[in-house]
Write a protein that binds this ligand. Structure first.
Ligand SMILES: NC(=O)C[C@H](N)C(=O)O
Length: 476
């Protein structure tokens, strides 16, 4: 079977009768069986269920009653609740836990006839940029298995890159969908904060977390967003705004005003090949008649400290619920309640998660609260206001997704160097605006380069239309 680039390609073969959902599932299962032992993208595969779902969708296709995602075989990051299925956030802390309910986004996918093939590896509790903090070991980049796929949705990106499923659903707090998509040469999309309900998403930093698709085409990202987005009685933070038919609005306008952050493109740490790819894109956009201008953004240096103060603070609170009492891991050698808490958390959480809980607890402590947490909230406001202002002046802001291409497993030992790799993705997260990473080329070693585009809040339709013109076909 050939490698499908989008659901519309799958659908034309389904309509022509040259394939069936059952055959698609067998194809992806075969790819998983062959590649997953090396790539470690899936933590668990549900073959029998996927086959049963496929047969049911085939029947609905024959009857003309199939949903908009019929034929789409997807994997879900191990932070999304799916009733009766293990949910571990790639952590020992949730060892043996099975979800009691299905989250809203996943339910909407199922209702639209997507077929879920398994759950995917990620950084532990989505904390990381390389998939190396997973309790289950790193997922590996399919282009070079000595390299990381990025993170935290690393397994989800590799699964799409290596054709183990057509699309994945990840989550993005500070780049977790966009950065691995860039490292793997696929499309990663973080919608506006609140666009997709988080009911059933394991919380990391609640004022940042968003669910987002990883796909081979922008058209599929649009379709998945359309299905998952919208108000939800189970999540009061989900926006009440109507959901446009994103997938029907993918024709870009002829003229856009595009800004690029000069300090980002000229920053010291930026890999010269990424810089060259960026400049080539900017030239080509100018050549197409768009207005392309350098903009000043004075807060680049404050982005990482602000993000890591606020998200660790929120994580220290969110992860307080894992105490060894109600569910998940319980230390076998505890002697009383206090030692049960301490030992379960010390043994159940990995080093990076513990580091963030400690950092977050510190910045929230009474004597440091104003110096760190309150100050970071103020800086976030400045970053948001400036970003919003730029996104009123320009239709889009473009910048690299990452400062480097996929690095080697084990290369970044210092946590701060790992944090610094998020420099370009956290802006959209701090500002709550939508951002997409699309593959725009590769470096000399053949490793993919991602271009990131941000738009104003709730301007997903314009963003997706513009992005669809940037990339015809994914690199991988
Ligand atoms: N979760 C994310 O969006 C990734 C980011 N690198 C973090 O570790 O916080």
């Amino acid at each position: 079977m050939k490698r499908f680039q989008s659901l519309s390609e799958v659908r034309s073969e389904l309509t022509a009768g040259t394939t069936s959902c059952r055959q698609l599932v067998e194809y992806y299962l075969g790819n998983i069986e062959r590649q997953n032992p090396t790539l470690n993208a899936f933590l668990e595969v549900w073959p029998d269920e996927a086959r049963a779902q496929a047969d049911a969708v085939d029947a609905r296709l024959a009857a003309g009653t199939a949903g908009p995602l019929a034929g789409m075989v997807i994997g879900i990051k191990d932070v999304l609740a799916y009733a009766g299925h293990s949910l571990q956030s790639s952590s020992l802390m949730l060892d043996g836990f099975k979800s009691l309910y299905t989250g809203t986004a996943v339910q909407r996918l199922l209702d639209a006839d997507a077929i879920i093939i398994g759950r995917q590896n990620c950084d532990e509790f989505a904390m990381g940029g390389s998939n190396e903090t997973s309790y289950f070991g790193p997922a590996r980049n399919a282009l070079d298995s000595s390299r990381v796929p990025g993170g935290s949705s690393g397994g989800s990106a590799v699964a799409v890159q290596a054709d183990m499923c057509l699309a994945s659903i990840g989550s993005d707090t500070g780049g977790s969908v966009r950065q691995p998509a860039a490292f793997c040469g696929v499309v990663g999309f973080k919608p506006t904060y609140s666009r997709i309900s988080r009911y059933g998403l394991v919380a990391f930093a609640s004022s940042f977390d968003q669910i987002g698709p990883i796909t081979r085409s922008v058209a599929d990202a649009a379709l998945l967003l359309e299905v998952m987005a919208g108000p939800d009685g189970m999540d009061s933070t989900a926006s009440q705004r109507e959901v446009p038919a994103y997938s029907q609005q993918l024709t870009p306008a002829a003229h856009y005003r595009i800004g690029y952050i000069a300090d980002a493109v000229n920053s010291e740490g930026l890999n010269p090949e990424i810089k060259a790819a960026m400049e080539a894109q900017l030239d080509s956009l100018r050549g197409q008649g768009h207005v392309v201008e350098a903009v000043e953004f004075p807060y680049l240096d404050f982005m990482i400290p602000t993000y890591y103060i606020l998200t660790t603070a929120e994580a220290s609170s969110n992860l307080g619920r894992f105490d060894g009492v109600k569910y998940g891991y319980r230390a076998p050698d505890a002697t009383d309640l206090e030692s049960l808490y301490k030992k379960s958390r010390a043994q159940g959480f990995g080093a990076e998660v513990q580091r963030r809980i400690l950092l977050g607890t510190f910045v929230l402590s009474a004597s440091y609260y104003d110096a760190y947490y309150t100050k970071a909230q103020r800086v976030r406001r400045l970053i948001k206001e400036k970003t919003d202002e730029l996104l009123r002046q320009y239709d889009f802001l473009v910048l690299p997704t990452t400062p480097t291409t996929a690095f080697k497993i084990g290369e970044k030992q210092d946590p701060v160097s790992m944090y610094l790799a998020d420099i370009f993705t956290v802006q959209a997260s701090l500002a709550g605006v939508p951002a997409i990473s699309v593959p725009v080329g590769e470096d000399a070693a053949g490793l993919p380069i991602g271009l990131q585009v941000m738009a104003g809040a709730f301007r997903e339709a314009e963003l997706l239309a513009f992005a669809s013109a940037l990339t015809e076909e994914v690199v991988a």
